[in-house]
Design a protein around this ligand. Structure first.
Ligand SMILES: [Ca+2]
Length: 172
């Protein structure tokens, strides 16, 4: 059977029902982590982008969506299977509306819910101090994952590369 490419569109709205330009939409998935889109601000005068966040997820499955409005309001909610392959309108949250979801949200591998009900990167190195194998003991947290590298002594101004095989110029 041919799989259906999972195409998914999110349209955040302002308080007044207009397109929420500048809003950030993050869709969390089972396999490929978070996908982030910013709704175009519409500043270009030649071709104005559609104020819609498009997600092409292939075989992956979207589990939940977060929308951040430019004024700082945000919502997070899980996605129903019926909502994937569709156009999802996200209205601006009403004042009385619960901003933190009460239902369980699946952030996917490498992410965890914070106290505000939003998915954030898990700091594997801090949470699990023995995360890395003994031959590559230096743990560095990354967005959605972490890196382990070998201990290597480098001259001042240099740092070990990811696998600890050489010294490279400091990135920062
Ligand atoms: Ca991480």
């Amino acid at each position: 059977a041919k799989y259906r490419d999972s195409l998914f569109q999110v349209i955040p709205r302002t308080k007044f029902g207009a397109f929420a330009r500048g809003a950030k939409v993050v869709v969390y998935t089972k396999k490929s982590g978070p996908h982030t889109r910013i709704i175009d601000g519409g500043s270009g005068y030649l071709c104005e982008m559609e104020p819609v966040a498009h997600f092409g997820l292939g075989r992956d499955v979207a589990t939940n969506v977060e929308v951040y409005w430019p004024d700082g309001r945000s919502i997070a909610r899980p996605l129903e299977p019926s909502e994937i392959n569709s156009v999802l309108e996200i209205p601006y949250p009403k004042d009385e509306e619960e901003v933190t979801p009460t239902v369980e949200i699946e952030c996917g591998h490498g992410f965890a819910l914070n106290e505000f009900g939003r998915c954030t990167d898990k700091d594997e190195c801090t949470q699990f101090p023995s995360m890395c194998p003994s031959d590559r003991p230096i743990c560095t947290n990354t967005y959605g994952s972490y890196k382990c590298r070998a201990k290597k002594r480098c001259n001042q101004g240099f740092e070990p590369n990811d696998d600890g095989s050489a010294c490279v110029g400091e990135s920062s």
